[in-house]
Write a protein that binds this ligand. Structure first.
Ligand code: FE2
Length: 249
């Protein structure tokens, strides 16, 4: 399997490119609108063809490139079935692996950051979305987020994977790229060690985070698999433009 971790700097998102060397088929997980062309170039440089995109959840901090990539390359849109988005071509659910050539992707239902969130296990790697970040976790105060559900998703579902499983998160704001289940179990300051459910709930409710800048535009845009809403204000247009391009006039 070919594996590439791509970084989108506006929302500090990691997009993952997985390619099957035998069939030439590729999938992008959590592609972001401003970097869709960069990602397609990376796929072409590896001699692959994009057949599918897949998101971990309905994002609040960026717009998915799923619909644009479908238009540009004919890729199919895979998304958690539980979100019931009408624009989904391939609904995914735990217990039903998604195959891309010879690559097997196992969805893991991991609600708590959002109520439809899924992580994806691929062999000895797990793409944890916003459920589990390196030394952190996603917030639980929007999109039907739920701290007890996140605690259970991480401690019971993700932490039951083998310790050597590599953890690839959907974001990192400090340039960290990869961790492992063993490392997060031991030293994640929110969810590792002997952190109790009660302590975690108190900790999450005390975070007092700012209202997310782009959420009111991102969520409706992502419910349509990646449409930039018409009312995005000028100072947020960078989330909608192709990277390196600025709007004229
Ligand atoms: Fe998120």
């Amino acid at each position: 399997m070919l594996f590439k971790q791509l970084f989108e700097p506006i929302s500090s998102t990691y997009t993952y490119l997985l390619g099957c060397e035998e069939t030439g088929q590729a999938i992008l997980i959590d592609p972001v609108l401003p970097t869709w062309q960069r990602d397609l170039t990376a796929i072409a440089e590896l001699g692959l063809k994009l057949v599918c995109t897949l998101d971990t959840h309905i994002h609040a901090d960026h717009i998915t490139a799923a619909l644009t990539l479908k238009r540009e390359s004919g890729s199919r849109i895979a998304h958690p079935a539980i979100d019931a988005l009408p624009c989904t071509d391939e609904p995914v659910r735990e217990g039903a692996p998604l195959m891309v050539g010879g690559i097997r992707i196992d969805p893991l239902f991991t609600p708590g950051h959002t109520d439809g969130h899924h992580a994806y296990r691929v062999g000895d790697r797990v793409l944890t979305g916003d459920a589990l970040l390196i030394d952190g976790c996603g917030r639980t105060d929007f999109q039907n987020g739920d701290a007890p559900a996140l605690y259970q998703s991480v401690r019971e579902t993700l932490f039951s994977l083998p310790d050597e499983t590599l953890v690839y998160p959907a974001h990192d704001y400090e340039g960290r790229r990869v961790s492992s289940i063993g490392q997060e179990k031991m030293r994640n300051p929110r969810l590792g060690g002997d952190r109790s459910l009660a302590d975690f709930v108190v900790l999450m409710s005390a975070l007092d985070l700012a209202y997310p800048t782009f959420i009111d535009h991102a969520v409706p845009g992502n419910r349509e698999c990646g449409v930039c809403p018409a009312d995005v204000p000028e100072d947020l247009q960078r989330y909608c433009e192709r990277m390196g391009e600025s709007r004229q006039g």
